[in-house]
Design a protein around this ligand. Structure first.
Ligand SMILES: Cc1cc2nc3c(=O)[nH]c(=O)nc-3n(C[C@H](O)[C@H](O)[C@H](O)COP(=O)(O)OP(=O)(O)OC[C@H]3O[C@@H](n4cnc5c(N)ncnc54)[C@H](O)[C@@H]3O)c2cc1C
Length: 499
């Protein structure tokens, strides 16, 4: 029979087994419920509410014994995200944010390298611009800029420092010679028609605004007036990650090495047979061991960046006869890009935008101490070997520096300080994103192939992926042009403004 002393003992037992931070709420609810007969029911309700609050407030906290912030992955998940770069974590965040509508989606992010030593995200130069030629790319960046402007509303975590990604607002400056000026003007018209705040500058206007530029050879320039600049990529990645974990996303350190799937044959309209695959388990190899853990899943997202073509190959994508859908590869592979940091005390000051010369060389300032970062994408036939991330200093001396000095005479006396190399997640077909489901592997989605502009697109892409998965369609931005089937059809979605 129920008695007050037994009730007090029970409450004391519960309190003793709780972490200190839960005591206050437990005491609060226990004092209040003693006024009612249904003591345990009320206590349970209070705890359920409190559990929810704790889950929201503490990064990595979860009450499920299966939840892991590292180590072995759970045995099953609704969604497995392969790749914990900025795209993977943004998608995880948006899936959880939408979970308010659809309760209980279990999301796991599998990342093989928690140091991110080769991941594109942390090796990028952190730029965001609206100046693209494709309306979808323009809107992705406008939406992402809106997200970044309100980042604290999205990514702040209770009881932790507010998110700060060190955003530097600054327009991008595209410089065109006579040959490129028509395309630049065409792009400008598209950008304006899509609501991007961009202006054109004649060589004279350019000279007045940026007197340190040598305008020889320049016929036209375009300059972003808002929603452009750069930020610290690591800080954005970590903010997404921290927030997503606080919302209950599972994080797993391991490498996806294969899949278990079943195949079902279907007859197509033309009488041919189509084999549809469904992945049941993602095989995760644990770090520094041969041990593999299968994770049962309903669906998975290939967000493996530069390696997503390789991951797609693990389930046989692209291994069929040439010219067929089965034989169509995911054309995403690593392409090495060098970033050089130099010092030039007499270089342009605080007004120095992220400038892209028609020779392909770009530069921007890095802080306010006369430091700059620069780079140049090589011609297709001069792509460097991608097997390591070694930097070529000859490339700087022979290709980059002369172009820099030609455009900004002060750069003739620069001093190279350091350099790094990173991989573009390069879509060799049309240098654009791949977003959506595979037509034959019926539960593999892609969020990859951004070819050098994925960092800035990640907030809007994550939201689009969550819509596609939870609502079954794109709702805020229609990104269907980026579907996989274009590789089979041979229809390129070309972006003319690739840096
Ligand atoms: C030099 C350089 C400059 C750039 N500048 C800009 C810029 O200014 N603006 C911009 O928007 N973008 C820029 N980018 C591009 C941008 O960095 C990428 O498009 C973006 O970071 C892609 O993010 P991601 O999450 O898809 O890829 P990543 O950050 O590479 O993440 C993918 C992750 O998947 C993991 N992974 C791969 N295979 C497996 C597996 N089998 N199992 C488990 N995990 C796996 C990898 O370890 C990696 O961490 C630049 C890139 C480079 C290299």
């Amino acid at each position: 029979m129920f008695s007050w002393s037994c009730c007090r003992t029970a409450v004391r037992g519960i309190l003793d087994s709780l972490p200190v931070c839960w005591h206050r709420a437990a005491i609060h609810c226990s004092v209040r419920v003693w006024r009612y007969d249904d003591f345990f029911k009320d206590l349970e309700n209070e705890f359920a509410k409190f559990k929810h609050k704790v889950k929201e407030a503490l990064p990595g906290s979860d009450w499920s014994p299966l939840h892991q912030t590292s180590g072995l992955p759970p045995e099953w998940a609704d969604v497995v995200i392969i790749g914990g770069g900025v795209v993977g974590w943004s998608t995880a965040y948006w899936l959880k944010k939408k979970e308010a509508v659809r309760e209980g989606v279990r999301v796991v992010v599998v990342e093989r390298d928690p140091t991110y030593s080769r991941s594109s995200t942390v090796l990028s130069v952190g730029g965001i611009r609206q100046q693209f030629s494709l309306p979808e790319n323009i809107h992705l960046s406008i939406e992402s800029a809106r997200f970044l402007r309100n980042i604290q509303e999205h990514l702040n975590v209770v009881n932790e420092d507010p998110v700060d990604i060190h955003f530097n607002p600054s327009g991008y400056l595209f410089l065109a010679g006579k040959e490129q000026s028509d395309i630049l003007a065409e792009n400008y018209n598209i950008q304006r028609s899509q609501g991007a705040a961009v202006t054109l500058l004649t060589p004279q206007q350019l000279q007045r605004k940026f007197p340190w530029i040598n305008t020889d050879g320049i016929a036209l320039a375009s300059y972003g007036l808002e929603n452009e600049g750069w930020f610290d990529p690591w800080l954005l990645l970590n903010a997404f990650r921290r927030k997503a974990i606080s919302m209950g996303v599972h994080q797993c350190h391991g490498e996806v090495v294969g899949f278990q799937h079943s195949t079902r044959d279907m007859e197509a309209d033309d009488g041919s047979t189509i084999s549809l695959k469904r992945i049941h388990h993602v095989i995760v190899q644990m770090p520094n061991s041969a041990e593999c853990q299968p994770v049962k899943c309903a669906l998975l997202i290939n967000a493996a960046g530069a390696w997503s073509g390789k991951v797609a190959g693990m389930v046989g994508i692209g291994s069929g006869p040439e010219g067929t859908l089965e034989g169509t590869k995911l054309p995403v592979e690593p392409r090495k890009r060098y970033v050089y940091v130099f010092h030039c005390p007499d270089g342009p000051g605080v007004d120095c935008p992220l400038s892209i010369d028609y020779s392909g060389v770009y530069f921007r300032r890095e802080g306010l101490g006369g430091n700059y970062v620069t780079g140049l994408s090589p011609a297709e036939e001069e792509e460097p070997d991608c097997s390591d991330l070694e930097v070529s200093y000859e490339y700087f001396d022979e290709e980059v520096w002369p172009k820099l000095a030609q455009r900004v005479p002060a750069f003739e006396s620069l001093k190279l300080k350091t350099a790094w190399a990173g991989y573009y997640d390069y879509n060799t077909f049309d240098q654009n994103a791949v977003i959506g489901i595979h037509p034959l592997v019926t539960n593999m989605f892609f969020a990859t192939g951004f070819s050098g502009h994925g960092l800035q697109q990640s907030p809007a892409v994550g939201r689009a992926m969550a819509e596609l998965i939870l609502d079954g369609r794109f709702k805020t931005l229609d990104l269907s042009v980026f579907d996989f089937i274009r590789f089979y059809r041979g229809t390129k979605v070309l972006e003319k403004n690739i840096v």
